[in-house]
Every structure is written in C-alpha cells, then in structure tokens.
Design a protein around this ligand. Structure first.
Ligand code: IFM
Length: 479
C-alpha cells in the first residue's frame, strides 16, 4: 500500500468493485475520503516526552544528579550501560523539537520538568537557571500556538533527597517544588500533571529493584513507598491549586493495569471493571476514592501502609482530569473465585511490538476509558501516552516506513474513537513519543518516536508514522 498512490488504489478498488458488482461510495479520485472515525470537535492532538529521556545536558546550568543518573551509571543496570547524559540533547535543541510539533500540526505538547534542575538538592535553594529553561520552552510552544501540558515528576528524583521515596519528607518536598513551579509558570501553563505512573517509580524502584534506585525492600516498606507516592500526588494537587496565578486544570498521568474482558459479555465486562478497581487499589483507586479499599488492606494485612490523619483526604483531592497511559491489554475473565475474576495470560504467539511487553490489544484503550469512567466518573480523561517501539530501519531511499507502528496506532485510535462516540469525556491524546529517546532499562535500543533520532549526530528524521499522524490531526479523524 505504501508504494501506490491513493489515486492508483482508488482506481484499483473501483475496478475490483465493478467486477464484483458492488457499488462504491462516490469519491473523486485523488481526494481524501471522509472518515467515519471522526473525533469530536475540539479534540486535542499532541505528543508526549519526559525530561530525563530527551534533555541530556545533565550537568548544565546548575542541574545536579537524579537517582536515574546514578542508576544508569551503575554497571549492568541499563542496556549496554547507556545513560541519559546526552539523550536527544533537547535541552539545547528544544526549538527544533517544537518545530517538529508545529510541522505535525500538534495542538498540544506534554513534557516533564526535571525536579533536579529546579531544586538541584531536591529542596532548599531553587535554581533560577533551571526554571529559565522551562520558561523558554513554554514561550516557544506558545509562540507556535501549542498548549503546554506539564508533568512535574517523571521519575528523575533529585538524588540528594535523603531516603528518596522511602521518606515521607519526599512527598512534602514534592509539594514545595510543585508550588514553586506553579507560582512561576501558571501565568502561561494551565494544565499540570503531578506524577507519571506511580507504580513505576515505587514498585519498580523499591520492590522489584528493576528501576532506580534499584532496591528490593520487604513488602511493608515497599507499601510505604507506594503510600508516599500517592501522597506526593495529593499534596502536589493541593500545592498547585493554592499557588496558581490563574485558572488551572490539575490531573496526573497513570498507567493502571488495563483489564480487558476476554469476551465482551456482561459477566466478563463486570469482571474487568472489578479487576480495574481491585488490581489498581494502591494507586488510581486510592486516588479516585480517597481510601484504600478493604480487599487491598486485607490482602496486605500487617504490611499495609501506615496512614497519617489527613493523608487520604489529600490523596483523594478532586481532579480536573485523569490521564491514562495505555500500551497493552491484560485480559480477564469472570470466574468463581472470591475475587470474581482471573487474568488470562497471553499465549506465546500473541503479537507484540519491538518491546515484548507491548502486546497489541487495541481494545485496551477503550476498556481503560470505559472502566475508569464507569467506576469514577471523572470530569475529563486524556490519553497522556500511547505508542509503541518498532524496529525502525532506513530504506535505501532514506525513508523509514514504520507501517507496523501505524498499524498499532491506527487500531488503538479506532478503539479510542469507540469511547468518544459512546460519549466518554476523552478530551485529548498524546502520542508517545515525539522522538526516539532514552527508554530507561532498554537504553536507546527501543525506539518509540515518530521521529527517528540518530544519537551520534542528533539528526531528527520524520518516520512515515509522523506523516500519518499529521493527517490524523489535520482531519481530526483516524485516517
Ligand atoms: O518511555 C516510557 C515512559 O517514560 C513512561 N511510559 C511508558 C513509556 C514506554 O515504555
């Protein structure tokens, strides 16, 4: 399909239809057919990135190390020992990156602020040069009519904070940092996300030890870390609201396990909704309900987190939107166990993208929205991340034709359309990612961008998926 033009394809289809006696809709050849997968007017399209994954310049202008700098520099922790030291050098090339967004026609950009640029020691003395960088990024976005959506914490915790997320004080330090950023940016930034994917910086960092800081704590301590993560979010929401200089919308970006009914019948749908609530109990459920549900507390028993007065109220602070990062499905079926559902493990032959954890299950995006909305009725939902890695290669003509990524995105966006057409309040979509970047443990070996980055020269090259996404944005529809 990529080598024939739409005109040729149209003619071929018309010829085939004539032979089969089927009548085709009357579309003038060479024109784009109207899509019946149109999104609501005003739907926002954008891309997402995160500071440590793209900025590089880790020693510039007063920034001090985050726990990820230290972890990535520890032998054996990341693919080939790769680090975010240089990454996409977006710290210096941000204007070029914003030009890429502009060329896509993106209306919005989700990026994160590096806490260790703003407070190099995590707390105490702020660093004006760090703030200045983000002021310039915001100004450049606004000059291109691109609305900034700011994430305050995407895993790059200042290494100087004693105890990291094991300490309750880190949640308070986060609130102070959130207050400071809000005071300085909320005249021009009106959308803030507190944290990104709490399970990743708590469980993966402190329970399984796969992510920074690489600890494998006993259950009770790891549950306390989770509590400090959700508490930071809650205190952050309060700090943003208290310090905003104008109207702001506050939310977070979470990656709940997306339970998909294995067959769309009432019993399995019911099971998936129950699994969504119980399977995400320490994180999104606690945030949406302002409490730890009974089944979680029972399951953890004596290891349950210690909660101080006022914590749950803060954690349950009202949100203006919920951001969902959706990549892969977890299939469930109803069963007769006390919990009422069982996870259906994917078979070995289940298709996945270049990262083997990304199974191709487009319905996950629909069911994530459906279950979150049916359980908690948020005012608004954004897809704050969706995308995939692919084995991108240059063709001899210098093009990268990532048809597999387009296939993945097209199917997920078709399922998201299903959610908007049923009236769920999905307001926007951020594709992960604008650029290939530092993919944590996988270093630079997994490419998620719709722009290819040559990490030796920092040259950016649009992939076919960028061309495709530009059409989606231009038509406000899946094309
Ligand atoms: O690169 C990450 C991102 O930082 C958080 N969400 C998932 C992406 C792909 O793994």
């Amino acid at each position: 399909m990529s080598n024939i033009t739409r005109r040729q394809f149209g003619k071929a289809a018309a010829a085939a239809a004539a032979l089969s006696g089927v009548s085709l809709p009357q579309i003038a050849f060479g024109q784009t057919p109207a899509s019946d997968l149109a999104y609501p007017t005003g739907f926002l399209w954008g891309c997402a990135t995160a500071a440590y994954q793209i900025e590089g310049a880790v020693h510039a202008d007063g920034r001090k190390p985050s726990i990820w700098d230290i972890f990535a520099h520890t032998p054996g922790k990341t693919y080939h020992g790769e680090t975010g030291d240089v990454a996409d050098d977006s710290y210096h090339l941000y204007k070029e990156d914003i030009a890429l967004l502009h060329n896509l026609g993106a209306q919005t950009y989700r990026f994160s602020i590096a806490w260790p640029r703003i407070f190099p020691d995590g707390a105490g003395q702020p660093n004006p040069q760090g703030l200045d960088y983000y002021q310039r990024v915001v100004d450049e976005l606004l000059a291109h009519n691109i609305t900034p959506y700011v994430t305050l914490f995407h895993w790059d915790l200042p290494a100087a904070l004693p105890g990291g997320w094991q300490s309750r004080d880190t949640a308070k330090a986060f609130a102070d940092y959130a207050a400071y950023v809000t005071r300085h940016l909320s005249d021009r930034v009106h959308h803030f996300m507190t944290t990104n994917e709490i399970v990743c910086f708590t469980d993966l960092g402190y329970l399984t030890g796969r992510f920074a800081p690489g600890l494998k704590l006993p259950r009770a301590q790891a549950n306390q870390v989770r509590h400090h993560g959700v508490l930071a979010h809650g205190l952050g929401v309060q700090a943003i609201r208290a310090n905003a200089r104008g109207p702001v919308q506050v939310g977070l970006a979470e990656n709940p396990t997306d339970f998909v009914p294995v067959i769309e019948t009432p019993e399995h749908i019911q099971a998936s909704r129950r699994a969504m609530r119980e399977g995400n109990a320490p994180f999104l459920t606690a945030i949406m309900e302002g409490r730890y549900i009974e089944s979680y507390l029972e399951r953890e028993g004596k290891n349950a987190p210690r909660v101080e007065p006022g914590d749950m109220k803060a954690i349950g602070s009202k949100l203006d939107f919920v951001g969902l990062n959706v990549y892969t499905p977890t299939y469930v079926r109803a069963d007769s166990s006390p919990q009422g559902y069982a996870v259906v493990q994917p078979q070995a032959s289940f298709p996945h993208m270049a990262s083997d954890w990304i199974h191709v299950g487009p319905e996950s995006i629909y069911w994530a929205v459906h279950n979150v909305c049916e359980l908690w009725h948020p005012q608004a939902v954004y897809i704050t991340e969706n995308g995939c890695s692919a084995d991108d290669v240059f063709r001899p003509d210098g093009r990268i034709e990532d048809t597999d990524r387009i296939m993945y995105l097209r199917n997920y966006l078709s399922q998201l359309h299903r959610a908007t057409s049923e009236g769920y309040p999905v307001k926007g979509y951020f594709l992960w990612s604008l650029l290939d970047n530092f993919e944590w443990l996988d270093g630079y070996s997994k490419r998620f961008g719709i722009h290819y980055v040559d990490f030796k020269t920092e040259k950016r090259t649009p992939k076919l998926s960028a061309e495709w996404y530009r059409e989606v944005i231009a038509h406000n529809a899946v094309v």
